[in-house]
Design a binder for this molecule. Sequence first.
Ligand SMILES: Cc1cc2nc3c(=O)[nH]c(=O)nc-3n(C[C@H](O)[C@H](O)[C@H](O)COP(=O)(O)OP(=O)(O)OC[C@H]3O[C@@H](n4cnc5c(N)ncnc54)[C@H](O)[C@@H]3O)c2cc1C
Ligand code: SF4
Ligand code: SF4
Ligand code: SF4
Length: 398
Amino acid sequence: MSCHVIQLNPENCCGCGACEQICPVGAIRLRPDSEGFPHPEVNLESCNKCDACRSACPAVAENRKRITSVPCKIYAGRSKNVKLVMQSTSGALFSELAMRILEMNGVIYGCAWKRGVLQAEHIRVAAEEELERLRQSKYVQSATGSTYRAIRKDLTNGIQVLYSGTPCQIAGLKLFLRKEYSNLLTVDLLCHGVPSPLMLEEYVKWIEKQEKCSISELKFRAKRNSGYRAYLSYKRMDGKTRIKLAGLQPYLYGFYSGFFNRKSCYTCPFKSSERAGDITLADFWGLEKAHPEIADWMKYGASLCMFNTERGLSWHDVVSKNVELVPSTLDKAAARNPALSGQTHGNERPQLRDRIYAELKEQGFDWLVTHRLYRHGSWIHLLIPASVKNFLRKLKNK
Ligand SMILES: Cc1cc2nc3c(=O)[nH]c(=O)nc-3n(C[C@H](O)[C@H](O)[C@H](O)COP(=O)(O)OP(=O)(O)OC[C@H]3O[C@@H](n4cnc5c(N)ncnc54)[C@H](O)[C@@H]3O)c2cc1C
Ligand code: SF4
Ligand code: SF4
Ligand code: SF4
């Protein structure tokens, strides 16, 4: 019998790191593959063939069956705190929930930029001042590091833990833990895929070359008065903040076109109503059609919130504190979100995808910008205020 990690088709591995963290003899290490994605490597001389890596792996279908559930209550939601909504990707439900858990002396695990560099990693946060680091979607694969082990320690010590991440990261955590802990709450995102840390690194170098200085505090979903989803921002070394039209950024063009995803993302079983998290948070795309009565929420962004388990549902009243929630349905939520409906559109692997990663190495990011990532649809329509869009929609429906 050979080790599971060696036998697994590498295209099905999501890089969650559960195998590395569970291996009792430290035989597994995640290292960047040729495209820069973290991938497990096994030292077969140390491996004792205990099979723990198989039991923790979310790529194994029988394992997933043990830890997934379908939503029982679905809402459109947003925080009543507009400032918080402006700082968040969609409706700031993550921050509202995290703040309640911190008030109960709990801890939050989520994705932050590593200090000093634009690489994403999961960290532990125990104070509200640090929560800001977890806000906003970082469109790149985040390293789980040793967080699964740290969580097991917190849970054993009776601390309330909120873990937030992509569905495959939540699945990896649940399988790593092997048993239920009543003091663990998991929140997964709807996730259409993650680019490699190498792709992001090269994009950041490309910006830094233009700015002639290093940058920090990259926000893929910066917000202004109107234009939800229309801006990207970063901070220059001299403290100035640059705000760019997202539609003109080659990285976002590549990301939204699905060119940059990890290979496992194109066959991801979590792009469906089978959820790994107790609660799912996402953008409520298509809100203006699904719920015309709250279409104006799209001015700053609205969240989709799905309660998937009894545990998740038991937090309903906590989630709804300081939050507006409007009941919805799976059909309405999935209509415009391929990361939930599993529709082919938006999930297929583009023909150019593998070539782009090869060309990144051979030609560099500058070359990709000129030859592959140049057809940036200008997202001017996203700048039209929600109130004007709603008015036009009403006229059309008359
Ligand atoms: C890579 C990626 C793809 C996504 N794809 C979709 C999609 O197709 N459809 C959709 O509706 N929503 C998608 N989302 C989710 C959406 O962008 C928001 O994260 C969600 O609506 C929550 O927003 P919020 O305002 O409540 O909180 P925010 O404060 O904006 O969300 C922050 C939360 O996201 C987590 N997070 C941020 N970056 C990462 C990362 N790289 N890996 C793991 N966790 C991360 C943080 O841990 C934190 O919990 C995606 C998010 C990511 C990171
Ligand atoms: S079979 Fe056991 S020892 Fe071998 S790599 Fe997997 S977890 Fe480690
Ligand atoms: S546990 Fe995660 S990182 Fe390890 S082989 Fe399975 S999917 Fe890949
Ligand atoms: S699309 Fe699926 S495999 Fe890819 S990061 Fe998201 S949850 Fe993981």
